[in-house]
Design a protein around this ligand. Structure first.
Ligand SMILES: [Fe+2]
Length: 441
C-alpha cells in the first residue's frame, strides 16, 4: 500500500481532532525523535541527588539514546559557576559499543570493554591502547614501531558525544541541540512558579523507583496528565476517597507555546456531591479503606503560595501535575512527590520511570507517609494502574483503524489557552497545536 506522505495528511485546521496515525506511524515516530527528542528541546535525565559524590553516575535516556549522567570533578576556580553534572552518550567513539552496563555506579573514568578506550568523566577521550603502535625489532635488527593510529589522530575530536546540561533546583535536563534556548526560558514564566513551589531552596531526598513498560505511544502519557476530564471518571479510588472530583477548584496553566502545562487543583472532602457523582459509575459511596494510613494527608507549609495569577492572594493546591514536554511529568499528589520519565520505545510503546522523592529535612514520619502514599501511583498504584491500562487500550483502538480514524478532543471547545476549571481538554489541544508546528503537520 502506498501511504501518503504522513505529514500532509492532517488536512483539517486546529488540533481538536488527532488522527490515529499520529500514534501508529513508524516514519512519523522517527521524525518525532529527530525534531522533538533530539531537536531543540530540553529532556529530563534525572535528579542531582541521585549522584551525590564525584564519579557517581546513572544511566538515563534522551529519546531512544542512552546517556550517562555523571558528577565530574570541578576545578576550584569553577566552583559556583559549574554544577559539575555531565551528560554523555553511552556509545564508544571507537566502535559504537554501549560500554556502560551498570544502571548506577561510581567511576573514576569510563572504559569500553571491547578495546579499552578510556574516557574522562566529562567524556573526553583520555587514552586508547596501542595508539602509538607496538615497539618491535625489524628484520635487520633495528628498532621499529608496528601499527598504531595515524600520526594526525586527534584525541580531542574523538570523545563521547557531550550533551548540553542545565540543572534547575536539582532537576537535570540535557539536550543534543545547540539551538535550544536556556532552560528557564524553555520552561517559561507561567510554568516556573510551580516548579519553584516544589523545589526552590530545598535539598531533595531520594526515596525509590518504579519502572514499567506501557504498550502505547509516548504522547498518550503526556495527554493523560494534561487531561482533567478522566480522573473523576476512570479512577474509582480518586473519586471515592475524595482526591479528585469534577467540581473541585482547579486551574489549567500552560507555557506560551502550549507544550508544557500545569494542572493545579485542591482536593474536596470526599463523599457524595449529588450533582457531580450521580451517574459516575466509578463512585462507590460505601467503599472504605481497611488501612486508612494511605490517606493520612498532612498539609505542608510549602503548599501555600502567592497566586501567580492573582497578585495579593494565596492559594494552597493539593495537586499539581506538571508536564514538561517532551520527557517528564513532575507530580505532587498530596504528600506524594515524584518525577515520571517518559522514554519512547518505538511508536507503540514507552518506558515509564518513576522516581519518588522527599526533602532532606523531612521527619521519618513524613518520609513514611510519602512512601505509603506512593502506593497510589506507579505501575501497580491504586490510581495509576488504571492509566497504564487505558493507554494500552487506546493504542489497541488506534491500531485497528485505517487512515480515517481520529480522536475527539473538544471538551471545553476547540481552542487553546488556560482555564479556571477542569471540564476541558484544552491542554491536550494546546500540545498538539505545538506538535503540528514542530512536525510541519
Ligand atoms: Fe489518570
Amino acid at each position: 500500500m502506498n501511504a501518503p506522505e504522513p505529514l500532509s495528511r492532517w488536512a483539517q485546521p486546529g488540533s481538536s481532532r488527532v488522527p490515529f496515525w499520529a500514534y501508529t506511524d513508524p516514519g512519523l515516530y522517527q521524525r518525532e525523535l529527530e525534531r522533538i527528542f533530539y531537536g531543540p528541546h530540553w529532556c529530563y535525565v534525572g535528579l542531582e541527588v541521585e549522584i551525590p559524590r564525584t564519579g557517581d553516575y546513572k544511566l538515563s535516556w534522551v529519546g531512544e539514546r542512552q546517556v550517562i549522567m555523571v558528577r565530574d570533578r570541578v576545578a576550584p576556580r569553577d566552583r559556583g559557576t559549574d554544577h559539575g553534572i555531565r551528560v554523555v552518550e553511552n556509545r564508544c567513539a571507537h566502535r559504537g559499543v554501549r560500554f556502560c552496563q551498570q544502571p548506577h555506579g561510581n567511576a573514576r573514568s569510563f572504559v569500553c570493554p571491547y578495546h579499552q578506550w578510556t574516557y574522562k568523566l566529562d567524556g573526553d577521550l583520555a587514552g586508547l591502547p596501542f595508539k602509538d603502535g607496538v615497539k618491535a625489532v625489524a628484520e635487520d635488527g633495528s628498532p621499529c614501531v608496528q601499527g598504531g593510529m595515524p600520526a594526525d589522530f586527534d584525541m580531542k575530536a574523538h570523545g563521547l558525544t557531550k550533551l548540553r546540561v542545565e540543572v534547575l533546583h536539582g532537576l537535570v535536563f540535557a539536550t543534543f541541540s545547540e539551538a535550544a534556548e536556556p532552560l528557564r526560558d524553555y520552561l517559561g514564566p507561567d510554568v516556573m512558579p510551580w516548579l519553584d513551589r516544589i523545589f526552590q531552596g530545598r535539598q531533595l531526598a531520594l526515596l525509590g523507583y518504579n519502572r514499567q513498560r506501557i504498550p502505547g505511544n509516548w504522547k498518550l502519557m503526556m495527554e493523560n496528565i494534561k487531561d482533567p476530564y478522566h480522573p473523576g471518571l476512570l479512577h474509582t479510588w480518586f473519586v471515592t476517597f475524595g482526591l479528585w472530583r469534577a467540581d473541585q477548584k482547579s486551574r489549567m496553566v500552560m507555557d506560551k507555546h502550549g507544550r508544557h502545562a500545569v494542572m493545579i487543583s485542591r482536593r474536596n472532602d470526599g463523599g457524595e456531591n449529588k450533582v457531580v457523582t450521580e451517574g459516575v459509575t466509578s463512585f462507590k459511596a460505601n467503599m472504605v479503606l481497611n488501612d486508612d494510613r494511605l490517606l493520612d494527608v498532612v498539609p505542608e507549609p510549602w503548599w501555600k503560595v502567592a497566586d501567580p495569577a492573582n497578585p495579593g492572594t494565596e492559594i494552597m493546591p493539593t495537586v499539581t501535575m506538571i508536564t514538561l514536554f517532551p520527557s517528564v511529568i513532575v507530580q505532587q499528589q498530596v504528600n506524594s512527590l515524584s518525577t515520571r520519565h517518559i522514554v519512547p520505545r518505538g511508536e507503540g510503546g514507552f518506558d515509564f520511570v518513576w522516581t519518588h522523592f522527599g526533602f532532606a529535612d523531612d521527619t521519618p514520619e513524613m518520609t513514611r507517609r510519602r512512601l505509603r502514599q506512593a502506593n497510589l501511583f506507579g505501575p501497580a498504584g491504586f490510581v495509576s494502574a488504571d492509566d497504564g491500562e487505558v493507554i494500552e487500550f487506546s493504542q489497541d483502538g488506534f491500531r485497528q483503524w485505517g487512515e480515517e480514524g481520529q480522536t475527539i478532543c473538544e471538551l471545553g471547545g476547540t481552542g487553546t489557552g488556560g482555564t479556571e476549571h477542569m471540564v476541558t481538554e484544552t491542554l491536550i489541544r494546546s500540545m498538539y497545536a505545538y506538535w503540528r508546528k514542530v512536525m510541519d503537520a
